[in-house]
Design a protein around this ligand. Sequence first.
Ligand SMILES: [Zn+2]
Length: 202
Amino acid sequence: MKQWKIQPLNPPSVTRHCSKCGKPSQFECSGNFRVNANGRNLDVWLIYQCAKCNTTWNMAIFSRVKPEQIEAGLYQAFLHNDRETAMRYAFDPAILYRNKAEARFDEVAYRVEKSRVPGDCWLEVIAPYDFNLRLDRLLSEELGLSRTRVKKLLESGRIFSREMALTPKTKVKGTIAIEKLDDIEENEKDLGADEEMHKAAV
Ligand SMILES: [Zn+2]
């Protein structure tokens, strides 16, 4: 079966009030953490900067926790500004909500890593990060079909999943196993070296 892994290329910026600009502004994620130890209390933030005036805003990840509450590997990831860790928190809806940060998910660019893996369904989509990507958009772009055509295929159940109800508005997140009826045309682009390699191996 086909497998598509959705990899975002950048963390979302957030919209919030900038005290220096005196109005709502766009803050870009630096990808860096700030760790502050105060006695037995630890604070960890992810650092953002106003795109207009560079004012820093720190998004709270952990506030006043005991050192032993943070797993050693995670602590090292904070100290070394690990990219995956920064991405995970920058996309985390609970962290964003708690910090009153409105993420600009519409600006997240992504690439689709395609391969062929053993499996029963037609297409498995794996999306580790939720950034409001709609299924109809993904399928339309990757299969070379019009958005209208993809919407019809989803609404009529000719593209479907055995595990969940799919609609054009279904958000691409987690793992979705997708099936289709045989006669649906595909005009898939960008097969890429990765897919060719897997094809040869399977
Ligand atoms: Zn500003």
